[in-house]
Each structure stands twice: as structure tokens, then as C-alpha cells.
Design a protein. Structure first.
Length: 62
């Protein structure tokens, strides 16, 4: 059973890569795009000027 939770603040996540260095990223909810999908923007975690890495979208079923 999977329980979906809603992220209301930022979180950090570990990205494990097969080729290349592993990395900790910052996951930030995108409150501008609300609706039937949940959007989260991804950034580098510890940089003074973080790089934007992309976006994750989840539908109502997760």
C-alpha cells in the first residue's frame, strides 16, 4: 500500500546515479501550478546560486 503525502515545504533527496557522482538535491513544491497534478521543482541542494534541474509531476493517483 502506498500513502501519498503532500510536501508543503522543501525537502532534500539523494540521487544515486549509475554513471557519475551521486548528489543531494532540493525538492521544492511548485505552488503556481496547482490543479489535478502536483508539481515539484528540483535544484542543487547546497549551492549559493542553485542550478535548476527540472520538474517532477504527479497525478492524483501519485
Amino acid at each position: 500500500m502506498t500513502k501519498n503525502i503532500e510536501l508543503i515545504t522543501e525537502a532534500k533527496a539523494w540521487v544515486k546515479r549509475e554513471n557519475g557522482p551521486d548528489e543531494i538535491i532540493r525538492v521544492v513544491p511548485d505552488f503556481e501550478n496547482q490543479g489535478s497534478v502536483s508539481c515539484y521543482n528540483l535544484y542543487t541542494a547546497f549551492d549559493e546560486n542553485p542550478d535548476y534541474l527540472g520538474r517532477i509531476l504527479f497525478d492524483a493517483q501519485g
